[in-house]
Design a protein around this ligand. Sequence first.
Ligand code: SF4
Length: 463
Amino acid sequence: MKILLIDPFYNNGVVPPNYSLGEIEKYIVDTNVEIEVIDFVHKNKIENLDEFKKLENDFINKIVEKVKKETNAIIYITTSYGIPLKQKPVYPRVKKILKEIRENNSMIPVYVGGATVNYAQKELGINLQDYEENVTDIIYGDEIKFVDILSEKYGIETKDIGIIKWNNWNWEKYPKHISLLSAKGCPSACNFCFENKIFDNKYIRNNIDLLIENIKYLVKEKGITNFAIEDSSFLFNIDFEYFCDKIIKDNININWTCYAKVFQINKYHNLLEKMKNAGCTSIIIGIETTNNEDLEKLQKGITNDEINKMIGYMNEVEIGIQGCFMVGMPNSSREHIIQSVKYAKQLDLFLYRWHIFQLPLIEIHNTVDKTVKPEDYFTMQLNVPDNCLDEVLSNINKPILLLNEEHFLIRGLRYIDEENAAFGNISNSIVTYKELFKILKDNINLDAIFDEEEMYNKIGKEK
Ligand code: SF4
């Protein structure tokens, strides 16, 4: 018996191995079942979309060649981008993979799960099974349910060994840092965010010692010393102080970054020094906007004063701030946007993560364009190199769908000529995307924006 774990996301070698697949490996690695990971990592620069499409075909053909030979295998395809909480429009590629698998092996069981299918179900009300004939089953919720299927349906004696060994990834292709989680889900209710919905507002916490053991293992066995703790907010974990104490006491020499909320930094400011001593180099913090009216509309539960207080505390201990900001909120005025962007810039943060307000497809249908349907989400394929994004977006079937993709701004800022972009006149606020791109380009330092392709490696290393 063999389990094929497929990570369909293109990765230029800066995103760590997929955490969801790592968790599945944890339950099978010490059984007599063979595991093989097939991923789409390509480290060299890709010049244009034609070259990318060729590499994409090579990746799919690699899967086909494997599948043709397998008589006793089960396939799992994740749609989580790196971690179980992140979706990214990738479905056309997954569909192609499923079709090719079926055409070349009609018997092999194929399961699909992860953030993108969860997003489709929870946000769009779509059951992928209704649109996809080439899949055995869709796994909703936690991807670890695939492990239950392996034992209940296929009689595999899975066992949780606690530590993810990452034995089935080619580490030459990946960066020298890794993403880990101490908990899944988010108990907050920010109305623009999907992370709280994916696990139904539940917050599922693991034993913090497990996180520490996983870190120790990776330091010792793989030489990894940089970590991204990808919980929605690590400071929701009541054991985060214990974590810091233990890292310091056991003399584990690592750098790490995590997410936290503004109010938590203010509440736990007396622990920031300890976090720094335990290796925390920067924290990703959702500031979104510095305008009080807009903060209220987003139900962030914070004010501009509290943001300033947080920045003061962080600067005092010299932990870098990766500030998440959002532009293009419905009902936000042009003045508010410009004011917020200018204010953000003068804060001189370690990194900036700019997003657009993501409008649910159902709202796009109701308020912007009646021809948009929830299932259109499955036609979006934006998992391409950032330098190919301009070409992809100029050929996109319905540019209006970009209202639903919060990351296209941050990815496109360096590469897209907004003057000629097909999406230029689209808007979910009174400011068009063309204007938004221009406001940002005129007012921010492009070198300080978080660019996944260039700067992921910076996380955890320096501030
Ligand atoms: S705290 Fe962060 S992850 Fe949680 S709902 Fe708000 S924006 Fe989303």
